[in-house]
Design a protein around this ligand. Structure first.
Ligand code: PXL
Length: 275
């Protein structure tokens, strides 16, 4: 596949801000975002929302960063370094979601914003307090260029159980009504056991993204990696459908290169780009 153009050595790369939680195991969250951004030739700036205590077996707990510190990180990055796109991942609480949205509005940011509405880890550990769903829907979604929920997040956000193409389309419409410009409903293995079908919707038309579904349990950080790659492509000026197509191809390559780690789920990996 072809990747994004790399910056010449010594020249300033494009910058993408990730507002997300840290994974001490290094597989998901900010660590996954930064790996993908670096290997796509983009400079990653970070606003840490929470510090999780986790390994490949699960999340043992997390410590939330105070809202004003999250806002301060965004402010510091935007007013000095400048960004061409941003993405959000784990935001932990309604206080942080509200602060991120208020800061985005206060700074009058107009760059593309990818919102990955992370609610839980793959082990089912909560990464967002239940009361924060209202904040996500009411405050952050209307600012988003693209939201990228998986099927569990769709159920929590709009109460739709996606079981087939029709319910996937209904979910995309219900999510779009909350205000984001585009919605990507990640379908997992909805239509067949060996394909992964994601549905993109902008209020007018549907675009389908189909990829092979790779076997193996090492897929920690897949959603973060996809959203980060999409944000990098948007920073380069790609259209949303082209950016999603790129992100999907990227995460498929990262899944192919996933490696075992610890005693649980290993991470998807962009390190194949170094070989
Ligand atoms: O992959 C979702 C995710 C995002 N951010 C953090 C996580 C996880 C999953 O465990 O730990 C910090």
């Amino acid at each position: 596949m072809s990747y994004l153009p790399l910056p010449a050595p010594g020249t300033t790369p494009l910058r993408v801000l990730t507002i997300a939680g840290s994974d001490s195991g290094g597989g998901a969250g900010i660590e996954a975002d930064m790996r993908t951004m670096a290997l796509l030739g983009v400079h990653a700036c970070v606003a840490v929302s929470a510090v999780t205590v986790q390994n490949t077996l699960g999340v043992n707990g997390f410590h939330e960063v105070p809202g004003e510190v999250v806002a301060g990180q965004i402010d510091a990055v935007v007013t000095d370094i400048g960004i061409q796109a941003a993405k959000t991942g784990m935001l932990a609480s309604s206080a942080i979601v509200d602060t991120v949205a208020a800061t985005w509005r206060r700074l009058r940011l107009t760059v593309p914003l990818v919102v990955d509405p992370v609610c839980a880890s793959m082990h089912g550990d909560a990464l967002l307090e239940a009361s924060a769903l209202d904040s996500l829907r009411d405050q952050l979604f209307p600012l988003a260029t693209l939201v990228t929920p998986n099927l569990d997040e769709v159920r929590l956000l709009v109460g739709i159980d996606v079981v087939d193409v029709e319910s996937q389309r209904a979910a995309a419409k219900a999510l779009h009504a909350l205000g984001p410009r585009w919605v990507l409903v990640k379908g997992g293995h909805l239509r067949s056991s060996d394909r992964s079908c994601d549905l993109l919707y902008d209020g007018a038309g549907f675009h389908e993204f189909d990829s092979e579904r790779l076997p193996g349990g090492n897929d920690h950080g897949g959603g973060d990696t996809l959203a980060s790659a999409v944000a990098c492509a948007l920073a380069h000026g790609y259209s949303v459908p082209d950016a999603v197509g790129f992100g999907k191809r990227w995460v498929t390559e990262c899944l192919r290169a996933a490696y075992p780690l610890g005693h649980g789920h290993g991470p998807v990996s962009p390190l194949f780009r170094l070989t």
